[in-house]
Design a protein around this ligand. Structure first.
Ligand SMILES: [Zn+2]
Length: 275
């Protein structure tokens, strides 16, 4: 098994070209993946395989994920500088309309969202337009569409846009200081509890490290030894490598759009190398 996991940030809108706009890149990449004869599958399938919980054929599979969870994931929105943006969700619908339901029958995007409404409000005001684009009202309909998974991207991202002290004295702006039980329970287990209540009867089982940053405590102790508390099955980072059976389930590697690739050609090279 060698499965590349691709990551987008729907709030990355610096213009309307592939390089600098994750909506443009995402729509283009769906077609590239399909043209290359690869199959998009849900992130959960990959984790099932890593855990030995299922045996599916993941040859030529690709997984799609998206971080931070804003309205740009689900709703078409007018960006203040760059105009109308087609949501990632609607980009998948456009793709399915264009190529037919048989083209990618398991088309799926896993959206990692931030749990705390207060944190999301601060991020909305500090990093977006302050237009209420970090709300959670889309989580349930997105899930019910069958094309989107809602998963755990921590309680507050320990984000610098939040003008409040970090959990248990943490300095803001990094996930590396989440190195105690108290901090990990707050950022991971409490976040899962909040999101699970919002999407019941569904629940989260996947985590994604804010800033892609993990540490030995989380990877080697908290995640593997306290599964009954956090109930996560895997944690995703960056790492820019295909996922294999040897990959660390508590730091699953991903490729990030705009960092690990900037053009269809660069993505094609990544996908070819993985296959
Ligand atoms: Zn993030």
């Amino acid at each position: 098994m060698r499965v590349p996991v691709l990551t987008y940030h729907a709030v990355n809108i610096a213009g309307n070209d592939y390089n600098g706009n994750d909506h443009v890149a995402f729509a283009s990449d769906l077609r590239l993946i399909d043209d290359m004869g690869l199959r998009i599958v849900p992130a959960g399938w990959l984790v099932d395989e890593m855990m030995g919980a299922a045996k599916r054929d993941l040859t030529n599979a690709v997984v799609l994920t998206c971080d931070d969870g804003s309205h740009f994931d689900y709703f078409d929105l007018d960006h203040p500088s760059h105009g109308r943006q087609r949501s990632l969700y609607n980009a998948m619908a456009d793709f399915a309309d264009e190529r037919g339901a048989d083209a990618q029958p398991n088309l799926h995007l896993t959206c990692f969202v931030i749990a705390s409404p207060e944190a999301r409000e601060h991020i909305d005001r500090g990093c977006l337009a302050g237009a209420g684009w970090m709300g959670e009202e889309w989580w349930k309909p997105a899930l019910q569409s069958g094309r989107i998974g809602i998963e755990n991207h921590s309680l507050d991202h320990n984000h610098t846009a939040i003008p409040l002290p970090g959990i248990a004295g943490m300095e803001r702006g990094s996930f590396f200081p989440v190195d105690t039980r108290e901090r990990a329970d707050a950022e991971i287990a409490d976040a899962a509890r909040y999101i699970d209540a919002a999407i019941a009867p569904n629940r989260t089982t996947l985590f994604c490290y804010p800033f892609g940053q993990s540490n030995a405590y989380l990877r080697e102790e908290y995640f593997p030894r306290h599964t009954e508390t956090h109930r996560m099955r895997a944690a995703f980072g960056d790492g820019a490598a295909p996922v294999t059976m040897q990959s660390d389930r508590w730091n699953v590697p991903r490729y990030i759009c705009g960092w690990h690739w900037h053009s269809p050609d660069e993505l094609r090279a990544i996908l070819r190398e993985a296959a």
